[in-house]
Write a protein that binds this ligand. Sequence first.
Ligand code: NAD
Length: 314
Amino acid sequence: MPTRKEGPVMSSPTQKIAFIGLGIMGSPMAVHLANAGYAVTGFDLSPRGVQPLVEAGGQAASSAAEAVADADVVCVMVPDSPDVKAVLTSDGGVFASAKPGALIIDFSSIRPDITAELARQAVDLGFRYLDAPVSGGEAGAKNAALSIMVGGSGEDFETAKPIFDVVGKTIVHVGPNGSGQTVKAANQLIVAANIQALAEAVVFLEAYGVDTKAALEVLGGGLAGSKVLDQKKENMLSRSFEPGFRIELHHKDMGIVTSAAREAGVAVPLGSLVAQLVGSARAVGDGGLDHSALLRGVERLSGLTASASDPGES
Ligand code: NAD
């Protein structure tokens, strides 16, 4: 195991980290790494994203090439497969600009097949590559309590483990490159189905005039309890749907899981249904809202007027 204090090992806090993609998730993760003593240089297409990192002692770069030029570890946290491809393979991207031997850690949730291909390219070019998608939402990123599902070699996993320990709590090496993304796809299936069930329960309870807050409190203590219930009940009770995790990102993830299931020849009937409901929410204009806004779809299907996305607006 590499130690944190001796020599130029990959995972010492003296290692230089480039962090590309400083949005809802990437920004607090990069801040934690800077606070842990790593030299972190961040880049985001939106200059606003880099501010918290700079306040935590990190550096702002004006391009991905500048961010990665001197980095031992390159972290990526961008929305979708084409974004990761652009960050890695474009002119001035990571493959063209990073140091040989650099360890690339893709925290984004993207297609497993594209991940496997990007990992192959990275290794051919002399880089090391881990897919390390996360779960735990914005709260998990802010509290450094993410679950991290890691695909790649055992050796690279061990090298990256001290970095994962800074941003996460449950960190598991699940197999070769692409496996982390496959596990994340399963995660998103489970989360979407949970949110949909919670939303239906809330609308059902309200139809009977039950004290919904009290109902969710007792439900949370039994078998119906879940992290989804704990983290999303307030959004639903207050009809406050500011993201968090945007419906359009969950739509992307439901596309990943349904198409990967089809490729594998396995049936995910509940997943397919929830994918349709997530797609419908996006199609009616709710894509920018938190995924707890699946509640609005249940209201629409029930002949109710969908609640305002922000109680302040209504
Ligand atoms: P976000 O949209 O808030 O942040 C993404 C950031 O990437 C943006 O700031 C954007 O400007 C930047 N970006 C995009 N393309 C770029 C490029 N080529 N170069 C540099 N920066 C670029 O999204 P997010 O919510 O932080 O999600 C990021 C990833 O994490 C997604 O794959 C998402 O599915 C996953 N995820 C999100 C959550 C959540 O709760 N938000 C939870 C788990 C996983």
